[in-house]
Design a protein around this ligand. Structure first.
Ligand code: AGP
Length: 365
């Protein structure tokens, strides 16, 4: 209990540590408006002409990989192929000696990710590890390691490590772009906003009561559909994973545009929708999907940003985050999806720190 510092569960404590984690992951890595990775000095030449990066990871770490894909692909000419490690390792790979593979694992011990790294190295690729655990197998077997510096994560549900992973991956993407000569005011603006993120998180975490109340209303549903587009999609996937792993409520996530291709058939009064929809350039598209869900009488929880005047018209319940730029919503919206899942589980009397059938690190396949 002493280690929980007054919080009911480690999961809640770790969510509240996120502002601190954001500081830790950026410390020493941003100087004079530019990104610095001393650890990657030996990779600089390779990154100059890079136009493809492979990323391997599992679970929550894979969702961080997807956010990286959207970010780097939208802002540069680099293609990012994010693949789940357990699929990557059993498929024929076509890596070349100049290829860079990024392996993401909080624990650094996930069996499938380690095997993926071994396979990539056998094909001559260079492996960059992103992990939270110093001296982990992943860090020992990779060519370069970037640490999350998030501190120990005790709860089985990954929370603070996810925020740190996305932030670190964004910094890495910015570094790649700088090395490739893709750099303008937009990139400077992004760095500026990232530096302000810890403060924005603190402010957000001051108002968790709203999320708690909404979670209490939805705790008895047996199903949940998470939807999102663009940057909202990886967040929707992570929201659904968090909810199912700690509350045992069936949750599924789809790109909002996929609803019509099948999943919408399931929706109705007993199947609510959690829409991750910042008021970004895709909002009007997601809005039409929300309206379609409502016409099936599905209840809507909308996660959006302040100032979205249509929010209450569209949804039964709304969670607001601060206004930001499109690229940063995957970071900003993360505590909201985590807290929603946490409070649902807690309201159901479940222990989110030790979900049934799950281990913190999956060291066997
Ligand atoms: C997330 O809440 C889960 N505990 C799980 O999906 C986890 O992210 C996955 O097992 C990967 O773990 P890793 O990051 O330590 O490799």
């Amino acid at each position: 209990d002493a280690q929980k510092s007054g919080f009911k569960h480690f999961m809640l404590k770790e969510i509240f540590e996120e502002p601190m984690c954001l500081v830790s992951v950026m410390t020493g890595r941003i100087k004079n408006g530019k990104v610095h990775f001393e650890e990657l000095e030996g990779l600089k030449e390779r990154l100059k002409n890079i136009n493809f990066v492979k990323v391997v990871a599992c679970g929550t770490s894979y969702h961080a990989a997807l956010s990286f894909k959207y970010f780097l692909e939208n802002l540069s000419d680099v293609n990012v192929d994010a693949e789940i490690s357990s699929e990557f390792r059993y498929k024929r790979q076509h890596l070349k000696p100049n290829d860079v593979v990024i392996a993401i694992s909080q624990s650094g011990e996930t069996a499938d990710t380690l095997e993926s790294v071994r396979l990539a190295k056998r094909q001559g690729a260079t492996v960059v590890a992103i992990t939270n655990v110093v001296g982990s197998t992943l860090s020992r077997e990779s060519d370069f390691t970037l640490y999350l510096n998030a501190g120990p994560e005790i709860s089985v549900a990954a929370t603070k490590s996810y925020v740190s992973q996305i932030t670190l991956l964004y910094l890495l993407a910015l570094k790649i772009m700088e090395i490739k000569g893709i750099w303008d005011e937009k990139h400077e603006g992004l760095i500026d906003r990232l530096l302000r993120m810890p403060e924005i998180f603190e402010k957000f975490l001051d108002q968790v009561d709203n999320i708690h109340q909404i979670a209490a209303k939805y705790k008895d549903f047996k199903h949940f559909m998470y939807i999102g587009r663009g940057y909202g999609y990886p967040t929707a996937l992570e929201g659904a994973l968090k909810l199912k792993e700690i509350s045992y409520i069936h949750a599924t996530a789809y790109p909002a545009g996929e609803l019509k291709h099948g999943p919408i058939a399931m929706l109705g009064p007993d199947f609510p929708v959690f829409a991750v929809a910042p008021n970004d350039f895709l909002f009007s598209k997601t809005k039409s999907n929300i309206i379609e869900c409502r016409s099936r009488k599905a209840r809507i929880v909308l996660l959006t940003n302040e100032g979205n005047e249509e929010a209450f018209e569209l949804a039964d319940d709304v969670i607001f985050v601060s206004n930001s730029i499109d690229e940063l919503y995957p970071i900003l919206m993360t505590p909201a999806i985590q807290l929603f899942a946490y409070y649902v589980a807690d309201e159901l009397g479940l222990d989110p720190d030790k979900p049934r059938n799950l281990a913190k690190s999956v060291t066997v396949e």
